[in-house]
Design a protein around this ligand. Structure first.
Ligand code: SAH
Length: 244
């Protein structure tokens, strides 16, 4: 009769040996292909998953998007740290956790047309572009709009269109939108943007005074009723009125 006990312990040993060999090899391959992939992996597990973001759509996109290519060269080494970073002209790229949180709240899907207000670096638009059909994004500072459009084009996010302009007006030619994300803080959710939201749509915005805001989720139901909920305190650059 065959000695099954010996057979299974041999298989176990062989498995353990292969696993030990395979683990570092896989990690080394990851690092060789993309030297910052490990930093990104750590960013997702330590800053995002650990704070309760679970969306199977959002997490892989946060893992895949090269955040370091959206920030200025002199702060590139800090691109995956747990805080916002300056991107010039008084603007900041949000903390990774806040990007993930707002994206999860917005719940974009592949069939959606999305409007973003406050393109900044283009990073949030790139995240949304991977989850939606089409992203329209508006930036008031011409230099930021130009740089973001170039970064997005060079990295191949071809379903994102950047426009320089005033976000308070929205994008009437392309309205209505299934999803709207505002990434600069207005004192109140602009009525124009709520008007440009589809029925069944969701809008996420930081609302309040300078540096002291709450994250608001607006849901427009199928009959056009507006439901408003708060998702906690946040701190964004103020949304500038067009004439300032
Ligand atoms: N989403 C960006 C970060 C946004 S920071 C990213 O992923 O990098 C907020 C941005 O909103 C700034 O770039 C600021 O210039 C822009 N902004 C401020 N007021 C605006 C307005 N009225 N219309 C459009 N953009 C505005």
């Amino acid at each position: 009769m065959k000695d099954c006990r010996h057979d299974s312990s041999f298989r176990l040993l062989r498995f353990a040996f292969c696993a030990i060999l395979a683990l570092p090899t896989a990690t080394m391959r990851l690092v060789a292909d993309d030297p910052v992939a490990l930093q990104r992996e750590r960013m997702v597990s330590e800053q995002i998953e650990s704070r309760g973001i679970r969306s199977p759509d959002v997490l892989p996109v946060m893992r895949a998007t090269p955040r370091h290519l959206f920030v200025l060269a002199d702060v590139r080494s800090m691109a995956y740290e747990d805080h916002p970073l300056p991107i010039g002209y008084g603007a900041t790229i949000s903390q990774p956790h806040v990007v993930a949180l707002m994206t999860e709240l917005l719940a974009p899907a592949k069939k959606h047309r999305v409007l973003e207000i406050g393109t900044g670096s283009g990073y949030q638009a790139a995240i949304l572009g991977q989850l939606a059909a089409k992203v329209y994004t508006i930036e008031i500072v011409p230099e930021l709009a130009r740089t973001a459009a170039r970064t997005l084009r060079e990295l191949g996010y071809s379903n994102v269109t950047v426009r320089q302009g005033d976000g308070y007006k929205g994008w009437p030619e392309q309205a209505p939108f299934d999803r709207i994300m505002v990434t600069a803080a207005p004192p109140e959710v602009p009525a124009t943007l709520i008007a440009q939201l589809s029925r069944g749509g969701r809008l996420v915005a930081p609302v309040g005074s300078t540096w002291d805001q709450e994250l608001i989720l607006i849901e427009k139901t199928a009959d056009g009723t507006i439901r408003r909920t708060s998702a906690g305190a946040v701190s964004f650059v103020p949304m500038k009125p067009a004439d300032k």
